[in-house]
Design a protein around this ligand. Sequence first.
Ligand SMILES: NC(=O)C1=CN([C@@H]2O[C@H](COP(=O)(O)OP(=O)(O)OC[C@H]3O[C@@H](n4cnc5c(N)ncnc54)[C@H](OP(=O)(O)O)[C@@H]3O)[C@@H](O)[C@H]2O)C=CC1
Ligand SMILES: N[C@@H](CC(=O)OP(=O)(O)O)C(=O)O
Length: 371
Amino acid sequence: MQPLDERQIQVGVLGATGTVGQRFIVLLAEHPFFVIRALGASARSAGKTYAKAVNWKQTSPIPTIVRDTIVNECTPDQFAECSVIFSGLDADAAGDIEKAFRDADHAVFSNAKNYRRDPLVPLIVPLANPGHLNMVHQQRSLHSPPLQKGFIVTNANCSTTAYVVPLAALEKSFGPIESCIVTTMQAISGGGYPGVPSLDIMDNIIPYISGEEEKIEWETLKILGGITEADDGTKTFDMHAKNPLRISASCNRVPVIDGHTECVSVRFKRRPPPSPQQVREAMAAYTPDIQAVGCPSAPRHAIFVHEEVDRPQPRLDRYYQNGAGVSVGRVRQCAVLDVKFVVLANNVSIGAATSSILNAELAVMKGYVNY
Ligand SMILES: NC(=O)C1=CN([C@@H]2O[C@H](COP(=O)(O)OP(=O)(O)OC[C@H]3O[C@@H](n4cnc5c(N)ncnc54)[C@H](OP(=O)(O)O)[C@@H]3O)[C@@H](O)[C@H]2O)C=CC1
Ligand SMILES: N[C@@H](CC(=O)OP(=O)(O)O)C(=O)O
């Protein structure tokens, strides 16, 4: 394990052996102030060294700082020294485990779907709605008993994350958006390891991903909606209720390993709508607040806008800004709605682990993490 200095914050990774967990390990091993202190996975892995427990699928070797770390079961007593907990847990296990860690006063940054709809839990895509982080005060104070340090923050479904970044840029410059149609082409790694059987996905497209369309349609409203504050100071997520946004999502699994590509059409409330060129310029200039705060994992540019007619492509563009930015291309007029474009995001980076790390960096910088 690395030596600690006063600037460093000890973190634990739950689901450390999984697809998202491995990406956490790669990113955290190089992090300027988070230091991996403890790893957790299922009873199948507990008691083994990380190198023995994991089926490592990354292109770089297992970082030496975790190779010989013994994997624990996911119980808070094994993570007492960790102020921050990153969760890449399977959703079947995440509900009870993440709650136990929050109740034990840990700051939990989760990728799982379990708490995304909780009215006190921020659902944060760091390149879109970092301001929702301030809901954690209310989450702590309404907890019984009130919590000093603990909270849960979730990131979104990886397909939601990809297209909500350009949507946030368009809302900011030309909003409100009135309606949106999105068709996804999702990578196999989105389903975790081993994922869809090779005989199903090779030479094929599967036009169904269980629960995915509903998640995209619902999560977008929470992310792009603001927070309403009542006279007594009580806050609620407004679910885009002031300007109802209609969304239709169609989801497909395609034979790509990493990188979700999505075709998006948008209609604005304002008439006349912005031109494709205005949309291109607004996306390229979009600067989310996390860049101003100086989060070390923030991409220099949130959205790269391609001029080439055949971009973005997963093989060429999924590592843009180390997987932390999104790539947009083919911005053009839509004959049915107003404007259409293609967006690509790395589902295991900004779609998962990178978003959690950015959310945690923001929480540290804003003073929400006590360590
Ligand atoms: N892959 C992606 O692109 C995205 C994934 N997500 C979400 O992130 C989470 C992780 O996904 P992914 O990495 O793909 O999944 P994987 O199936 O690859 O990994 C799941 C992890 O959870 C652990 N686990 C399973 N059951 C238990 C249990 N009962 N107790 C403790 N640990 C357990 C596994 O440990 P062990 O190895 O010991 O079995 C493994 O570390 C999921 O909730 C997923 O929905 C979100 C956005 C994108
Ligand atoms: N279902 C997504 C990944 C995922 O796990 O999503 P969620 O965390 O919303 O269940 C995909 O297959 O690409």
